[in-house]
Design a protein around this ligand. Structure first.
Ligand code: T46
Length: 135
């Protein structure tokens, strides 16, 4: 699995909605870290990197944003716009995040602690590693 869009079960009643995520069932890795992007300007552009080993589950818990996944020969655009919709990322994927709506909060559940050595922040380096891994 490189990426997967997942829809979580919603509990909706007249009071509103509730979505619940359980480790092992909804999150297919051991959780080590949770972080959120917020106070995002609409014209901001984030990401522009790939992770080497990190597994992540991205959820827009408020508002919406556009995630672009770059597989060198093609790009896939995914809109995250609901707390019951998640994007699982596992493997080397260049990602760009933009078009943040007002009040957008993007929460990321991650399989490991922060480690700058797990990032590839140069697109040329990403393409080289992507092509090497494909052999
Ligand atoms: C990702 C996207 C969706 C930390 O010190 N600890 C952390 O856990 C994180 C995630 C970041 N930082 C520091 C590193 C930078 O000095 O926070 C600063 C901003 O990080 P960055 O420029 O990587 O932020 P984004 O929004 O481009 O990317 C982040 C995550 O880094 C990345 O894992 O997938 O959100």
């Amino acid at each position: 699995m490189v990426y997967k869009i997942v829809n979580f079960k919603n509990f909706i009643d007249k009071r509103g909605s509730l979505v619940s995520l359980e480790c092992d069932k909804d999150i297919p890795f051991n959780v080590k870290r949770i972080y959120s992007l917020y106070n995002l300007r609409n014209e901001a552009e984030r990401g522009f990197h790939a992770h080497i080993n990190l597994k992540q589950l991205l959820i827009c818990v408020s508002g919406n944003c556009l995630i672009t996944l770059d597989f060198v020969k093609y790009r896939k655009e995914i809109i995250l716009d609901n707390p019951s919709k998640g994007l699982l990322l596992n493997g080397l994927i260049w990602r760009e995040i933009k078009n943040f709506s007002p009040n957008c909060v993007l929460t990321v559940i991650a399989s490991d602690f922060y480690d700058e050595k797990d990032y590839i922040r140069s697109y040329d380096e990403y393409v080289a590693k992507f092509n090497l891994d494909a052999i």
